[in-house]
Design a protein around this ligand. Structure first.
Ligand SMILES: [Zn+2]
Length: 377
């Protein structure tokens, strides 16, 4: 499996580069581990659309001032599109909307949840949230960090406009020059919008498809029964049916590339491998066997791109090879109730991206009899 990067070079942080006729790539630096985000400026006959906005910092706003002066000069920005609510994408949207007097286009779930999270800013962490992460196996220091990080979302996100333009799957954002079809994905965020220009074979993927890393897939205290991993796998399968194999993918992080079908397969396989490991480990525990090697506690890393609520966890799993049940073409262990017991969520794989994802994985196993997406049948 392989992908092919489209360009030898990339714009320096804070600079732009034209990647197609009327389509400019603005590479915006981020004050976090994920060092840059790709933003897109789309030229139309009589104006510009902006896709995603960067985290709301002085650095970002200065870069926007320069980009607006250099790239969009002469024609107004008349449309602001945000793929999803994470601060690196939506952060400057409210500021840009106010500064430019331009409307905001988002999916409904992303807009509404973003309004809620910005309203939470400054509030103390709820007890239910602490209980949720404690049940997921987080040690006290991680719980303290959750308390500290809670309510920081609004620090990185300018207040959104009071109203917005709803976009949904299948909508077409048409101008006299180009048509972008909205394709919605789930699992990384509630209702993530991607944009496909079928005529020019271009796909703005946001965080739904990235070339080198899997996006964060987590369960949050606000919906502890959610199964975002299943949503994620279904979305990857769905995207494969909607996208031409040779489409040029313009991701939010990393470089533009072709080979999206292979990449979707890789992302799917990565999570199925994680499921294998979890099934194996849970089976070993339920069978009363001592699992070889240590199972480390969660290494809790909260990042501002997930509103101070997202939780990355990178414990190590011991190798354990038993499996007894077919799941998606792989041999997989049957559901073991022990994994669903309180505290058992501490057993998770770094391949699963997040401790909270383990809850999603547990749910995936619990409901394994439910229909599965075609790609993993
Ligand atoms: Zn994101």
């Amino acid at each position: 499996m392989s992908i092919a990067y489209e360009f030898e070079s990339k714009p320096a942080a804070g600079e732009t580069m034209q990647v197609a006729d009327g389509l400019h790539w603005l590479r915006m630096p981020l004050p976090m581990e994920l060092a840059n985000i790709n933003l897109w400026l789309l030229e139309k006959e009589d104006g510009w659309s902006i896709v995603d906005t960067g985290i709301n910092t002085e650095v970002s706003r200065d870069i926007w001032q320069k980009a607006l002066a250099n790239v969009t000069a002469g024609k107004p920005v008349d449309q602001l599109i945000v793929t999803h609510l994470h601060p690196d994408h939506v952060g400057c949207a409210g500021w840009l909307a106010s500064k430019l007097g331009v409307g905001l286009w988002m999916t409904r779930s992303e807009y509404l949840l973003c309004r809620i999270l910005t309203a939470d800013t400054g509030r103390p962490a709820p007890d239910a949230g602490v209980r949720f992460y404690k049940a997921a196996g987080f040690p006290d220091e991680s719980l303290d960090r959750y308390r500290q990080m809670f309510g920081l979302f609004g620090k990185y996100v300018a207040p959104l406009p009071e109203s917005y333009h709803r976009i949904k799957d299948g909508d077409v954002l048409a101008s006299s020059t180009h048509c972008w079809e909205v394709i919605v994905g789930h699992g990384h965020s509630l209702e993530h919008a991607c944009l496909l220009d079928a005529d020019r074979n271009l796909f703005i993927s946001g965080d739904q498809v990235l070339p080198t890393i899997s996006s964060n897939v987590s369960v949050y205290p606000t919906e502890p029964g959610a199964n975002p991993l299943r949503d994620w796998l279904e979305s990857l399968a769905h995207l494969k049916t909607r996208l031409p194999e040779d489409v040029l993918v313009l991701p939010a992080h990393g470089r533009p590339f072709r080979g999206v079908h292979d990449r979707l397969d890789e992302l799917t396989a990565e999570h199925l491998t994680a499921l294998d490991k979890l099934h194996d480990l849970s089976g070993a525990r339920a069978g009363g066997r001592r699992v070889p090697g240590p199972v480390q506690g969660p290494n809790h890393e909260q990042q501002p791109d997930h509103g101070g609520r997202g939780v990355d966890c990178t414990p190590q799993l011991p190798a354990c090879r038993r499996s007894s049940r077919r799941f998606g073409g792989h041999r997989r262990r049957a559901l073991v109730p022990a994994l669903l017991a309180p505290g058992a969520y501490r057993i998770c794989s770094r391949y699963a991206n997040a401790a909270a994802s383990t809850i999603g994985i547990a749910k995936t196993m619990k409901f394994a009899a439910m229909p599965r997406p075609a790609a993993i049948r």
